[in-house]
Design a binder for this molecule. Sequence first.
Ligand code: CMC
Length: 423
Amino acid sequence: MKTAKIIIDDREHEFPLVTGTEQERAIDISDLYAKTGCITLDNGFQNTGACASAITFIDGDKGILRYRGFDISELADKLSFVETAYLLIYGSLPTIDQKSLFSRYLTENSMLHEDMIHYFVGMPPRAHPMAILSSMVNSLSIFYPLSFVDDENPQEFDRIAARLISMIRTIAAFSYKKSIGEPFVYPRHDLKYCMNFLNMMFSSPVKPYEFDLEAERVLNKLLILHADHEQNCSTSTVRLVGSSMVNLYASVCAGICALWGPLHGGANQEVIDMLEDIQRNGRKVKDVIAMAKDKTKNFRLFGCGHRVYKNYDPRAKILKDTCATFLAGRHANDPLLSIALELEDAVLHDDYFIERKLYPNVDFYSGILYRALGIPSAMFTVMFAIGRMPGWIAQWREMHDTKPFRIGRPRQVYVGPAHRSLP
Ligand code: CMC
């Protein structure tokens, strides 16, 4: 076994080197404190591996993203979101029987408990949909039985997972209907996952939704691209919260809250706000770029940069192409797309962004597509959360199955006052 040596005060200590499937290497420092009395300090977890995981692989330098070994572009082209969810959670593509059972669970669990509808009534119409979503997802633990998920009761996990994937979509559509003051449209058993969502969003008593297969395909792709992204902020939150042995609903609710932030999933709403601001105020792209580089301004170019990708985010590449073909197919022109393309070109040719390896990320083009689907910008992060749900569930399950099971509990270096007495 290969080892790494750490020398502290002239004493040498050896630690195992762990090698992943793709030859990425890590120093296993689990017994660092026991051996040396030291801990590691890593602000923002830039170099800390919190787990070994078999779900998603990212090579940030090469711009590679794979779920369970399959390239993201292949998955986005060929699979449905439901099949992708199954793949992430259970580790392999579903057989015909497994797929029909999973779909049955999704259909059986698509309706919200009628009493939950009353929650929406009391919410102010201007409430942010992410606030509604997190509250409602946590409320599922009030309405649905919470038996502990264990090896003897595997079907209980399957049902809870299906319930979350299915109901988050219903909650999202209901929160939109609430915000525009229209009656809720209930899920239908005869529609597939994405079409069911579009129907709940856009059907009304005066105008039924005209099924749009191209919109369904685009939504399917968007959700697949969002479905997992290894140990990002929200997923790490789900794992950490779940490690206290709290239930899955509460764990993913915490993930939804983490996703909301503008540096994470909330960036997709910020991107459109930024593009609209450029358009509305006739700003020049070069001025916006200059502002993003100016450290005295509290402004970042949203949808740009990534902790892991130091190359073009493969999801952004797929979304950029999808934007072009989807809009062209409808003979539609979104002026925000032209601004985004101009911004991207400026980023790719500017030394500041080149030196820091800042490229467009998944959020740069996703909002333009959501807009083209008729989804309002306040709902963009909700869409991200719908897509990310299978990933959170898969990661929660993997964390629970890890032996030996440990609660997540980082340490710290205390830098406050030394011991003192009250006056
Ligand atoms: N605009 C301008 N400068 C940037 C940007 C940006 N979007 N992103 C990073 N930088 C600069 C940053 O100021 C720093 O410069 P310096 O070295 O001079 O101090 C350098 O690049 C490194 O940035 P960092 O903040 O240390 O990098 P990070 O890995 O901690 O942050 C990030 C990653 C995604 C939070 C950051 O790039 C960012 O804020 N981007 C904008 C928000 C965004 O689009 N978030 C969505 C991420 S993708 C979806 C998801 O998975 O969440």
